[in-house]
Design a protein. Structure first.
Length: 482
C-alpha cells in the first residue's frame, strides 16, 4: 500500500498565490484518494504574516478561515504565529481552523486545541505516529505570558513516546529550520521522516541523513511537497519499504481555489473597514530618507524611549519604508510605512558599548546593506536614529555622544532600547552576548503612540546628528573622553 503526505509551509500570507496552490493540493489529493491510496496533509506554520494588510487587519483570522476550508490533518504553529499574533487570539484561530495542532513544546495559554502528545493514524494495521515542535523564542514568549520549552529535547521525547505507544512509522513536523533538523537526525532521533519549515529551503527530493528523511517545501506558496511511503502491512518488524519525495510547483496559470477566494472576499470587507480607522491628522508631512536622518523614524525612536523609560533608544532607519503625508493617517497607512512585526529589546550597557554600536551602525556598508530576516520588512538597514541625546560627527566619524545633558561616559551604565533586528543581526557585534529582555509592544504600536503624541511629533525634526568641522583637537577630545 501507499501513504502520501502532502505538506505546505511558510506561506507568509501570500494569499493569492496560496489560492492557486490550494487548487493543486486538492487536485493531487483527490487523484490519490481516487486511486485507492491513503493521504495525509499538514501545514508546517508561518501561514500568517502580519505585514499583509488583510492578515494584520483581521489579526490572522483570514488565514485561519482559509485553512479551515482545506482538507488538513494537522498544523504546526510557526514563529510568525507565536511571536506576532497575540496569544489571546490563538484559541480563537484554532477554533476557526478546527484541525489538530502539533506543538509539543508550547503550553497554550487556554483551551485544549494543542495535541502536545501527538497522534497515531492506523492504515491496514500499520500505525503512523505524528508529532510536532516549533522554534521557541523563549524570551519573547515569556514576555507574552507563554510557557515554551527547548524544542530539540521535546522533539526527541515526543518521537520516543510515539514509538513506545506502538508507532511503526514516526513523522516529526518541525518548524525549527533545516540545520536543526539535520542535527536531530545526526543525533539519532527516533523518527523516520522530518517534515521541516522555517528556513525556506526547496528540498526537491528530500535529504537522507543518518537514516532519517528530511523534507521542506520552500516558501511563499511557491510549491507543495508530496512524500510517498510504500508500506508492507504484512511485515510487522519493518513495514516501511521505501520513502520518496518531490516538490510540485505552483503554476501561474493555475485557477484560484473558489473556497479560498470566497473567504478572501468576505474578510476583505472586514479588513477594509479596520484599515480606514483614523490614527491621527498631521498638520505637516513626516519625511523619510533612505540613508539620512528622517522625521518619521525620529517619531518612532522617541516613542520607544518614552514608552520603555530608557536613557537612550537607537533604531535603524530601514524599519520605516516610506514617508507620511500631511492630513489623515489611517491604520493602513501605518502598516504601509512600518510592516515589520518586530518588537524592541531592552538592556543595560556601559557607555563604551553604546559608542561601539553607533560606530558599527554608521558604517556606510551597514547603512546601505540589504536587511534580511528577524522580522525585517524593509530593504536597506538604514541610518541609526537616536533618542535621548545627540551625536556630534565629523563626516562619518563620531566626535562625541551626549546623553541627556552629559557627555557619554565609557564606564557608566545606561538603559538602552533597540529593535530586535539590531540585536539578532550579525552586523552589530557590540551588543552580542549581552543580557536583554523583550518589550511587549510591537514597533507598529510604538509608532502609533508617537504619531498620536503632539509633543513627540513636534520634536521629530530636531536632528540628533550635528556635523562639526574637523580639527585635531576634536579628534583628541574624542580619544580622551570616550
Amino acid at each position: 500500500m501507499q501513504l502520501h503526505i502532502l505538506h505546505t509551509n511558510d506561506v507568509h500570507s501570500e494569499l493569492l498565490s496560496f489560492a492557486r496552490l490550494v487548487t493543486q493540493v486538492r487536485t493531487v489529493r483527490d487523484a490519490l484518494l481516487e486511486s485507492g491510496d491513503e493521504v495525509l496533509y499538514f501545514d508546517l506554520g508561518d501561514h500568517i504574516d502580519l505585514s499583509n494588510r488583510l492578515s494584520f487587519a483581521t489579526n490572522g483570522e483570514i488565514n485561519a478561515a482559509i485553512l479551515a476550508t482545506l482538507p488538513l490533518d494537522g498544523l504546526v504553529l510557526g514563529n510568525n504565529e507565536t511571536v506576532t499574533v497575540d496569544p489571546i487570539m490563538w484559541e480563537k484561530i484554532a477554533h476557526i481552523v478546527d484541525k489538530p495542532y502539533f506543538c509539543a513544546n508550547i503550553d497554550e495559554p487556554s483551551g485544549s486545541w494543542n495535541n502536545k502528545r501527538g497522534k497515531i493514524y492506523t492504515y491496514a494495521g500499520v500505525k503512523v505516529g505524528v508529532c510536532g515542535v516549533t522554534v521557541p523564542y523563549l524570551k519573547i514568549l515569556s514576555t507574552l505570558g507563554v510557557q515554551a520549552r527547548e524544542a530539540v529535547s521535546v522533539a526527541k521525547a515526543s518521537c520516543r513516546y510515539l514509538r513506545e505507544r506502538g508507532a511503526d512509522i514516526v513523522i516529526l513536523l518541525s518548524h525549527l529550520g533545516l540545520h536543526v533538523d539535520e542535527e536531530m537526525a545526526d543525533d539519532g532521533i527516533e523518527a523516520d521522516v522530518i517534515i521541516g519549515s522555517h528556513t525556506h529551503q526547496f528540498l526537491e527530493q528530500g535529504i537522507l541523513r543518518n537514516g532519517v528523511w528530511i523534507f521542506q517545501a520552500g516558501r511563499f506558496a511557491q510549491a507543495m511537497g508530496q512524500i510517498t511511503f510504500t508500506i508492507d502491512p504484512t511485515n510487522r518488524t519493518q513495514p516501511l519499504v521505501s520513502v520518496q519525495g518531490k516538490l510540485i510547483y505552483n503554476q501561474v496559470f493555475q485557477t484560484y481555489d473558489a473556497q479560498v477566494m470566497q473567504v478572501m472576499t468576505t474578510y476583505s470587507a472586514i479588513a477594509k473597514q479596520r484599515l480606514h480607522e483614523l490614527i491621527v491628522r498631521l498638520d505637516r508631512p513626516l519625511r523619510h530618507e533612505l540613508f539620512e536622518e528622517s522625521a518619521l523614524v525620529n517619531v518612532l525612536v522617541d516613542a520607544m524611549r518614552e514608552m520603555l523609560d530608557v536613557d537612550i533608544a537607537i533604531v535603524n532607519g530601514g524599519v520605516i519604508t516610506a514617508a507620511l503625508r500631511e492630513g489623515d493617517v489611517t491604520l493602513g497607512d501605518v502598516l504601509n510605512v512600518c510592516g515589520t512585526p518586530m518588537r524592541a529589546v531592552m538592556m543595560e550597557v556601559p557607555g563604551r558599548t553604546i559608542l561601539r554600536l553607533l560606530e558599527e551602525s554608521l558604517d556606510h556598508e551597514v547603512i546601505t546593506r540589504q536587511g534580511f530576516g528577524y522580522g525585517f520588512r524593509g530593504y536597506f538597514i538604514g541610518k541609526p536614529h537616536v533618542s535621548g541625546g545627540f551625536v556630534e560627527v565629523d563626516l562619518d566619524s563620531i566626535v562625541q555622544v551626549i546623553i541627556g545633558e552629559e557627555r557619554l561616559h565609557p564606564d557608566r551604565r545606561y538603559r538602552l532600547a533597540i529593535p530586535e533586528y539590531m540585536l539578532l543581526s550579525s552586523h552589530f557585534k557590540a551588543i552580542k552576548d549581552i543580557e536583554y529582555r523583550y518589550a511587549a509592544p510591537t514597533l507598529k504600536l510604538m509608532l502609533m503612540y508617537g504619531l498620536q503624541s503632539a509633543k513627540i511629533r513636534q520634536k521629530a525634526e530636531a536632528w540628533r546628528y550635528r556635523s562639526l568641522p574637523f580639527s585635531s583637537a576634536q579628534g583628541e577630545q574624542k580619544n580622551a573622553a570616550l
